[in-house]
Design a binder for this molecule. Structure first.
Ligand code: AGP
Length: 608
């Protein structure tokens, strides 16, 4: 996620902007920049790398000196991390702006602007908005903003300077959050409260399509028609650390709630004209259609995302997929053949076992594809092909939003490969892709629906010593992730088990009152899963079923049922993962554990 800040007031603007951006570093970024009115002219300073690199450049070239400006930390989505692609971006003679979000129709807009004679220096969607804003600017900032927003599609928050208005700073948002902070004689814009909490705790929440105007006399708000809007002043009662958690008690809970945005930010730039397009990741349909064997190699949660990928890719693409734990793959002399595809999934991109596995695969002649969240990490740099996930930094040791975006990329890959192999029609590919796009809102809905029930049922788990997670097919793959989540943060032992395999031994573990969490979202397997549930219930288990909101399950089958919205069956793990994450979270909280930093664990295991 990018970070936006802005300042109007008597202080040294550059100093305030950089200081505020430092408080947004937790969001992750790969470049940074500021634009400041200096002697009534907009001066830009921007640099690839960290804020220290930007400061060094400014110290060398002279720090922009003024009292009104905007700043930005960029988490690259369109265009590589570079000074040219970093923000702020200029549009023509009049507009300089910073942006957080994704402009979904930027390619079409860019072509239109080129036809109108506009030229571009960067690969970003942001520069397109700046040029469009400039094209629409006839001297009235609100009118220019309104005209621009009438054609732009996507999610965005913008901080805007107009060259002929040196005493004014404008801000507008649609989806991406933006706040307007106020203090005595000064005002701010920011993507998040932590950026400004050092200067003020008073702020306004900008709503969709609302425009804020900040001047040395104060702030005002209006709608796209220019009608003024009265807004409620809010007060942040957080300390700095709480602010970085966005008001949530733990990073893990914040990151669970960030999943809808993370999915949208990850998949939207990889969909063109309604179907997946991974060409920016150097993955062409031709390259995909030639693949006859896939290995997915990862650790922990990332490996569980690979398990989801296995079921979906084999079902849709008819290509055999072997999922390997990286530390096993490395030492079992894998039968890699020339041309096999080895997919390495890693949030950190630095996991030693996964990195070593990728190097081994390359040495054996495989094509390697990395699915990585951390920009510029070792695995990302060394892979032949690369798909970045855009979950933003994941602070909690227990992975949630990274898992969600990893599986969303598994689906993109499966849909594109099946389509390029001619195994699904264009219409089916569009339908599946549309359903995938829709999961972002459905995850949001699911969180709201299931969180209360998860809080309650977690109480049933906190005294347990042993748990089973059971499921069939994709539900079994998802159970693995549910089990790991619970183990790693609540320290309760659990095991994911194929529901159909219980009767071959493990059912002997069932004791009176032992919790069993049954994942039953695959309707084609529901009856069989229910019969397995009855087997454990008959032996005293306390059963919680996670299923969709249309599943026919009689009341006597389970002790509790948590229902998630019904969507395309193969996509159900994206919704059913949410209650499993929340159950683990609340069980850990109830046991008084350090949820974000569980004992014995590190966020990235960079040693063998
Ligand atoms: C997940 O909750 C754990 N923190 C852990 O299993 C993690 O998924 C694993 O260490 C792999 O890390 P990576 O994705 O950064 O490679």
């Amino acid at each position: 996620m990018c970070g936006i800040v802005g300042y109007v007031g008597a202080k040294d603007c550059s100093e305030v902007l950089v200081s505020a951006l430092r408080k947004l570093e937790y969001r992750g970024y790969d470049s940074a920049g500021i634009a400041v009115f200096e002697n009534d002219k907009i001066r830009i300073a921007k640099e690839k790398g960290r804020l220290d690199d930007l400061q060094k450049r400014m110290d060398a070239e002279g720090v922009p000196c003024g009292h009104i400006g905007v700043g930005h930390t960029r988490w690259a989505t369109h265009g590589v991390p570079s000074a040219v692609n970093s923000h702020p971006h200029r549009g023509g003679k009049n507009v300089t702006l910073v942006h957080n979000g994704i402009i979904e129709n930027y390619k079409e807009l860019k072509e239109t602007l080129k036809d109108l004679g506009r030229t571009f220096v960067s690969e970003t969607d942001t520069e397109v908005v700046a040029q469009l804003m400039d094209f629409n600017y006839m001297g009235d900032p609100v009118q220019a903003i309104a005209r621009t927003l009438s054609v732009v599609e996507g999610s965005f928050a913008l901080g805007i300077l107009f060259a002929d208005r040196p005493g004014e700073l404008y801000a507008v948002r649609r989806e991406s959050p933006l706040i307007v902070g106020v203090a005595e004689g000064e005002s701010f814009i920011a993507s998040d409260v932590p950026a400004i909490i050092k200067y003020t705790t008073q702020y306004y929440l900008l709503e969709h399509d609302e425009i804020a105007k900040l001047t040395f006399d104060g702030v005002s708000f209006c709608d796209l028609e220019g009608n003024s809007i009265e807004k409620e002043l809010k007060v942040a009662d957080w300390d700095q650390e709480a602010a970085e958690k966005g008001g949530y008690e733990h990073y893990m809970l914040k990151e669970i709630h960030e999943q809808p945005t993370a999915v949208k930010t990850t998949i939207t730039p990889r969909i063109s004209d309604g179907v997946p397009n991974l060409e920016e990741c150097s993955i062409t349909p031709e390259r995909l259609s030639d693949i006859n064997q896939i290995y997915i190699v990862a650790c922990g949660t990332a490996m569980h995302a690979g398990m989801i990928g296995k079921y979906v890719i084999e079902k849709l693409c008819k290509v055999p997929v072997i999922v390997d734990i990286a530390s096993e793959f490395r030492y079992r002399d894998p039968l890699i053949k020339e041309g096999d595809l080895v997919v390495i999934i890693s949030q950190s991109g630095e996991t030693a076992d996964s990195l070593a596995a990728m190097r081994l695969a390359k040495k054996m002649g495989a094509q390697t594809l990395a699915i990585v969240n951390a920009k510029g990490s070792s695995i990302a740099r060394e892979a032949d092909m690369l798909i970045y996930t855009h979950a933003g930094p994941e602070i909690a040791v227990a992975s949630t939003k990274a898992y969600m975006v990893q599986i969303s990329v598994m689906y993109l890959l499966a849909f594109e490969m099946a389509y390029s192999k001619g195994l699904i029609s264009e219409e089916e590919c569009r339908r599946l892709t549309s359903e995938l796009v829709g999961t972002s809102d459905k995850i949001e809905m699911t969180i709201g629906l299931v969180e209360p029930a998860c809080k309650v049922f977690a109480q049933e788990l906190t005294e347990a010593e042993n748990l089973l997670y059971i499921g069939r097919g994709l539900d079994y793959a998802l159970s693995m992730e549910g089990s790991l989540k619970l183990k790693e943060i609540s320290y309760i032992h659990s095991e994911a088990y194929a529901a159909g395999e219980l009767k071959h031994g493990t059912i002997s573990l069932i004791t009176e009152g032992m919790p069993v969490i049954a994942v039953a979202t695959q309707n084609s397997l529901l009856d069989k899963t229910i019969s397995n549930i009855k087997e454990v219930k008959a032996r005293g288990a306390k059963v919680l079923i996670v299923c969709d909101d249309e599943a026919q399950i009689s009341d006597d089958v389970a002790d509790a049922v948590i229902r998630v919205p019904k969507i395309e069956e193969c996509l159900m793990p994206m919704l059913a993962a949410v209650p499993l994450q929340l159950l683990a979270y609340y069980a850990s909280v109830l046991r008084g554990n350090d949820v974000d930093k569980p004992r014995n664990l590190a966020k990235s295991v960079t040693v063998e």
